[in-house]
Design a protein around this ligand. Sequence first.
Ligand SMILES: [Zn+2]
Length: 157
Amino acid sequence: MIRYRIDTKTILSIENNAINKMLKYCQKKEFYESGGILLGKCRKDYSEFIITDVSEPCNRDKRGRYYFIRDKESAQKVINEKWQQSNGEINYLGEWHTHPEIIPKPSFLDRKVLKECLINNEYPFHGLFLIIVGIEGDLYVGYQTKEMKNLKQLQKI
Ligand SMILES: [Zn+2]
């Protein structure tokens, strides 16, 4: 489990199962970018978000060395399944994908896409996370709400 600080009252925990699934696709091993959605839950008092699982690339996604566009319908199917299996506890928490760089950082397009997710989608919690997996397995973890102007990089605790 890795933990990140969101603000003084809230932390993000990422379970090992979710981390390992993402690391499988780091671009040391895979030529193309990979990605999917983040799934998890939030405590009722908003003290902790927990990423419990991620979706893996499917053959309907569009993938290149420097881009990844996930298929919307397949992702929605995964969200619905997980939500039902967990009796409404597990839901959509954001997006993840890999980058062919050692220290991963979000591109202009990544920031734009996340903002669009906040505007267009219905999301269950207060904000969305963006995880980018570097070529050696380093993680960039960002958080954004509708009210925040820019994506905020979270620090490990
Ligand atoms: Zn990117």
